[in-house]
Design a protein around this ligand. Structure first.
Ligand code: DC
Length: 223
């Protein structure tokens, strides 16, 4: 069974998708980490991110793997290195590159083959897994999302302000929504879940309920 969770930055997708996968004993796929890993690989090699052909070539050669909850880039644990503010602000080059997207979607499908998976990103229900059994579009208001992002960055020692996080988030949302390939958009058959004012646990409860109904063959996973 494939469960897709798409939505904008800061909607709480990562923590919720990870917790849902744990509860269901499904594999968790963090596809944002893949775009981040390609970005980090380019920086480490001194490749200009604007060089679209070089970035596609790189995406085809680097090895991105997941070991439990760690992200490995060519065997090196980059779980924290891909989550920095710097990478967040540069990842649009990889995410907006159609050739990179094609390679990473291929990797995502291979990673999910013959498995029960909760996969999280922007295009999982629309492009990567259009036939997924259960599709969720997780979202929240921009200020709420920026507040969560700020707390997360500050907890990791980053010196950032709310205004800056909100401005960068708006710019990332715009570029995610407006790109021609794999834009951030809800699949027509996705269930939209608004997380404003809900604790992560309440969101996971809601999603688990939706998924279990789907597993028990209720016609769609809507409650
Ligand atoms: O979810 P995240 O913040 O780790 O995602 C990092 C970036 O990658 C973000 O700008 C959106 C992009 N992304 C994407 O385009 N498609 C995906 N499936 C996942 C992430």
């Amino acid at each position: 069974m494939i469960i897709t969770i798409d939505g904008p930055a800061g909607a709480g997708k990562s923590s919720v998708a990870r917790a849902l996968a744990r509860r269901l004993h499904f594999t968790f796929l963090d596809t944002g980490a893949m775009y981040r890993a390609v970005t980090l690989a380019a920086l480490r090699r001194g490749l200009p991110l604007e060089d679209t052909a070089a970035l596609v070539e790189l995406a085809g050669h680097v090895e991105i793997a997941f070991d439990a909850e760690r992200v490995l880039l060519d065997g090196d644990d980059v779980t924290d290195a891909v989550r920095t503010y710097e990478i967040s602000n540069l990842v649009r080059h990889a995410a907006g590159n159609p050739g990179v997207r094609a390679k990473l979607v291929e990797l995502q499908r291979a990673a999910a083959a013959n498995k029960d998976v909760v996969t999280e990103g922007r295009d999982q229900g629309t492009v990567a897994f259009p036939h997924a059994e259960c599709k969720i579009f997780l979202t929240a208001g921009p200020e709420e999302r920026a507040r969560r992002r700020l707390l997360d960055l500050q907890s990791r020692g980053e010196k950032v302000t709310f205004e800056d996080v909100l401005a960068k988030q708006n710019s990332r949302d715009d570029s995610d929504r407006s790109r021609s390939v794999g834009p951030l958009i809800a699949a027509p058959d996705a269930i939209e879940v608004l997380t404003d004012g809900l604790s992560p646990e309440q969101v996971v409860d809601r999603l688990e309920n939706l998924v279990r109904r789907r597993m028990h063959k209720v016609p769609n996973c809507e409650d």
